[in-house]
Design a protein around this ligand. Sequence first.
Ligand code: CP
Ligand code: NVA
Length: 330
Amino acid sequence: MGLNIKGRSFLTLLDYSPQEINYLLKLAADFKSLKRAGVPHDYLRGKNIVLLFEKTSTRTRCAFEVAGYDLGMGVTYLDPGSSQMGKKESLQDTAMVLGRMYDGIEYRGYEQKVVEDLAKYSGVPVWNGLTDDFHPTQMLADVLTIQEEFNDVRGRKLVFLGDARNNVANSLMVVSSKLGMHFVACAPKQLMPKKELVDKCKEIAKETGGKIELISDPSKAVKNADVLYTDIWLSMGEPDELWAQRIKLLKPYQVNQKLMKQAKKEAIFLHCLPSFHNLETTVGLEIYEKFGLKEMEVSDEVIYGKQSRAFDEAENRMHTIKAVMYATLK
Ligand code: CP
Ligand code: NVA
């Protein structure tokens, strides 16, 4: 494919054409094969990247680190406690300094504007590792996982159940519209995505053959679905005081076996992770003690069940992030 995205930042999939997204997915599948076959692919030897995390992470951080090392790059990790950013140094100055030392910057944090400003002032490719609005690298892993199951994703129906205005749901709606998928946001009215983004995605979907729907009734929404997707009910950065209200609103949207059965027989389950599906986390235990809920957005049975691809999806974070870094830095 004759596509060239060298030098570009990866801030939201709204900036990428369907062809460019498909190019990255193909590249990710190729990198996955190389990794599985044990073939070295340190094509970016001599380059260096920095990972800035203002929120916690397991998958995204590890995916960037391992992908960076596999590509032969030097990798620096900075958390909020160990850099001057924000407290003693402005974002613009930080970006201007990092751009002098590094070939690429990953950023996870709060406002989307921050990742955009980093790209503006650093002069090097910046990759969005999650903001309050979007989580674009997650989407590539999700679509790669769906492709591995169904080959062609066009026309496939993906239903997101939960807080449908969060970063993951927003990005799923964007990628679905770009790739001609049928996206359903399934949530109570208060937690539906913003109209402005829905309208934008509907416009895009018109050109790609995709479809965007907002449906509050879970049984109706999952009918004929190929993919059921959920995410935690309270995202990073949201106050703990919201748990009570969120649980009340979202309890009917839990993905359990009963709901899975109402989708297509061959449907798969996806979750970006981390997930609250048992009492083996401190937060999960606190919620149980306060609200009597043992499982939240997904049942143990579903996440560990035959239809779950959540852990393939987690692995695919690494292959897809590798593709993004390679394509923008090579
Ligand atoms: N899915 C995801 O972004 O996971 P982390 O928060 O662990 O990076
Ligand atoms: N919506 C979640 C995604 C975590 C990967 C959050 O922002 O916390």
